[in-house]
Design a protein around this ligand. Structure first.
Ligand SMILES: Cc1cc2nc3c(=O)[nH]c(=O)nc-3n(C[C@H](O)[C@H](O)[C@H](O)COP(=O)(O)OP(=O)(O)OC[C@H]3O[C@@H](n4cnc5c(N)ncnc54)[C@H](O)[C@@H]3O)c2cc1C
Length: 297
């Protein structure tokens, strides 16, 4: 017969404002914020995490919607994937809406949030390549009503961290009024985590193409040279036309930037990638080519 020690009941706070949530976290440094709980509770259930206390973010109405501000949208971190997938949001930020629609099965999309997706920073996080391509920034709430703004890419690269008691409050996204595409490959049919994903946005005002590749590295990768090369080929004045060879070239340029050729051995011999890596590289090339083709069509 086995006996198990009864688990201590975790205190749960349910603040109504962002600043109350920050104060609750500051008061109990071991407390952990929980939004939809889709990532956090999976870790708890797997025995990887045993939070001493929880601060639930689900009742903070100020972070469950969005507002417009000087050519930007300020998205609340508590927006669910289901909400971002709806047509009114898709008309605003189509790339993020497409990523939200691709994020897991319906029960996950109903609970999982934008802020949770960013804070978890999983390589397979579907919103992340789109946010990287949009060059979105985070508004982080801290103790005493403090707010600071950092690029999403800095948090994902570990150049900036969330400090004690800090929460992601909002995500600032530029409104580009131009096509945006998110495409994802999975290892199975139906909902699944990405084996590779691409977020691509056109920015006609800056005459730029911005692209980020997800799931192939710990953080989304921006193939900057490929972006600049293809932007210089696009006829921005006349329907943004591009010949098919250029689309193919873009896909291959992006794939080679994200999954470079192996370094030659010290004796000068050059080996090939293993078949699985070559397959991933072909997948990235196809996603990038199709994403640009759709954005320009
Ligand atoms: C079966 C299944 C399938 C999934 N499929 C996908 C998929 O296809 N694509 C995908 O992208 N994801 C997928 N996920 C992962 C998950 O659903 C998403 O990452 C989701 O967006 C997490 O949001 P959440 O609100 O549930 O986060 P939570 O689980 O509540 O929190 C996750 C982490 O973020 C922290 N956190 C939450 N909100 C904040 C905030 N505002 N500020 C600071 N820290 C915060 C929490 O403390 C915790 O560490 C899947 C998960 C499951 C269980």
């Amino acid at each position: 017969m086995t006996t198990q020690a009864p688990q201590a009941v975790q205190p749960v706070k349910l603040p109504a404002t962002l600043d109350e949530a920050v104060a609750a976290l500051a008061a109990v440094p071991a407390a952990v914020p929980v939004a939809g709980g889709t990532d956090l509770m999976a870790s708890v259930n797997a025995g990887q995490l045993r939070p001493a206390a929880l601060v639930g973010l689900g009742r903070i109405s100020e972070i469950r919607s969005w507002q417009y501000l000087d050519g930007h949208a300020l998205l609340g971190a508590g927006l669910t994937h289901a909400r971002m997938g709806r047509p009114d949001f898709a008309a605003l930020i189509p790339g993020l809406a497409a990523a939200a629609r691709a994020a897991g099965p319906p029960q996950i999309r109903n609970a999982g949030t934008l802020g949770g997706n960013i804070a978890s920073a999983a390589p397979t996080g579907d919103s992340l390549p789109v946010l990287a391509a949009l060059e979105a920034t985070l508004i982080i709430a801290g103790p005493g009503g403090a707010r600071r703004e950092v690029p999403v890419s800095h948090l994902l690269a570990g150049m900036e961290m969330l400090g004690p008691g800090e929460l992601i409050g909002f995500v600032r996204v530029p409104l580009l009024h131009a096509p945006q595409v998110f495409l994802k490959a999975t290892g199975r049919t139906g909902p699944g985590r990405a084996t590779a994903s691409v977020g691509l946005v056109l920015d006609p005002a800056r005459r730029s193409v911005r692209c980020a590749v997800g799931a192939v590295a710990p953080m989304p990768l921006r193939p900057l040279e490929a972006e600049q090369w293809v932007a210089s080929l696009i006829d921005w004045e006349n329907g943004r036309a591009l010949v098919p060879e250029a689309l193919r070239g873009f896909g291959e340029y992006v794939a080679a930037a994200c999954i470079p050729d192996p370094e030659p051995a010290p004796d000068g011999t050059v080996s090939e990638h293993p078949p699985a890596v070559l397959h991933l590289r072909r997948t990235v090339a196809a996603l990038a080519r199709r994403a640009l083709g759709r954005a320009l069509s």
